[in-house]
Design a binder for this molecule. Structure first.
Ligand SMILES: *Cc1c(COP(=O)(O)O)cnc(C)c1O
Length: 357
């Protein structure tokens, strides 16, 4: 078992967290303890009593996410998007000028950005061919590493890291650092989740979000799933009342049986669009390579990403050029849209051919 106390920054270990009015358990129904206005505001859309700080909704959400994942609620924290979780983890565990984080480019930018903001050095171990992890180099660079971030499936490549490689890293890192697996896109390939090995590795942290497959990007809601000791450390430093009542209510609704069924249906629909797009792009003369995708986006290497980006733009289609990232010259990341949007995208590439002919 990993000694979490030893891993936490000393100042966080010694911190006595703020006690919000709601966190002090008391019986009663006249609420005069939190300096709220007693009069509800009018016109708050579907939401009532927004004059009050959130009450039970946070723990209700945790309970429903726990039952969705079939794990204990003490292993879950809800955050303002999973981006906040990345920040909280670095803040709680990494001592500036001493500890480092490690991640594997090309990958999600926020690991690097939060570490920079917080004054934490990052060690980048580039992925190998076919976007595999370089286990040997990882092993050799473990000095002062406190957190390893693995994005799985990876953004922006759309590829997957094999479970056996994740386990290798968990073994290398055991008792020395946390291994954070960012599963923002996991619902698109749910069999690849690392949730099943959570009990076995007490230094494993999994990040999830409602922003992608759950179709709730605008409410900013994510989850940390881990050993309860790690969750308790994060609870110490997260803001009081971390999620807003409307967010909590909408998030809670996402876990009803009918909404979960609807999500699965939408994922299948998206996969149909994705396969359609792949088959058409394969034959397009701009395209050099389409990377295997386990997500709701495609990484496509073109002969010229700049030309293609501009062709898209001419048709008012916004994509994400990844050329500035290591190994991704001339690559564009394309989110899978509706069938109609996929067709517009394909049309924008065809018109160029006509221009040439
Ligand atoms: C989109 C994304 C996130 C951010 O999720 P939020 O919950 O919206 O903050 C985290 N990690 C990866 C890899 C993502 O692509």
């Amino acid at each position: 078992m990993i000694d979490i106390k030893k891993l936490v920054r000393k100042n966080i270990r010694n911190l006595i967290p703020y006690q919000s009015a709601r966190s002090i358990k008391s019986n009663g129904d006249i609420w005069l303890n939190a300096n709220e206005m007693p009069f509800p505001k009018k016109n708050t859309f579907f939401f009532k009593n927004l004059n009050r700080y959130p009450r039970d909704e946070y723990s209700l959400l945790i309970r429903s996410y726990a039952s969705y994942l079939n794990i204990n609620k003490i292993n879950i924290l809800a955050t303002r998007g999973s981006d906040e979780a990345i920040e909280l983890l670095i803040k709680a565990f990494c001592e500036p000028k001493k500890d480092k984080i490690m991640f594997f480019p090309p990958t999600y930018d926020m690991y690097s950005i939060y570490s920079e903001i917080l004054g934490i050095e990052s060690v980048k171990v580039f992925q190998l061919k076919k976007f595999k992890l370089d286990i040997n180099t990882i092993k050799k660079n473990m000095n002062n590493i406190k957190i390893i971030f693995i994005c799985n499936p990876n953004n922006p490549t759309g590829t997957i890291i094999k479970k056996k490689d994740i386990i290798k890293i968990l073994k290398i890192s055991h008792n020395k650092c946390l291994v954070v697996v960012d599963e923002a896109y996991i619902e698109f390939c749910i069999k690849k989740t690392s949730i099943d090995i959570l009990k076995k590795y007490s230094n494993l942290v999994i990040l999830r979000t409602l922003s992608k497959a759950f179709s709730l990007a605008s409410i900013r809601c994510g989850f940390v799933i881990s050993n309860y000791k790690i969750i308790n450390v994060l609870k110490k430093i997260i803001a009081p009342y971390p999620l807003a009542t409307p967010v909590l209510k909408i998030a809670l609704n996402a876990f009803s049986h009918s909404n979960l069924d609807y999500m699965k249906y939408k994922i299948l629909k998206l996969y149909r669009n994705k396969n359609f797009l792949i088959n058409k792009l394969k034959k397009n003369f701009h395209v050099k390579k389409i990377f295997p995708s386990y997500t709701n986006f495609l990484l496509v290497k073109f002969h010229s990403s700049k030309d293609v980006f501009n062709l898209f733009l001419k048709k008012k289609i916004i994509s994400r050029d990844q050329s500035n990232k290591v190994f991704l010259k001339n690559c564009i990341r394309i989110s899978i849209g509706t069938k109609k949007e996929c067709l517009s995208l394909l049309n924008s590439l065809v018109s160029k051919k006509k221009d040439i002919n």
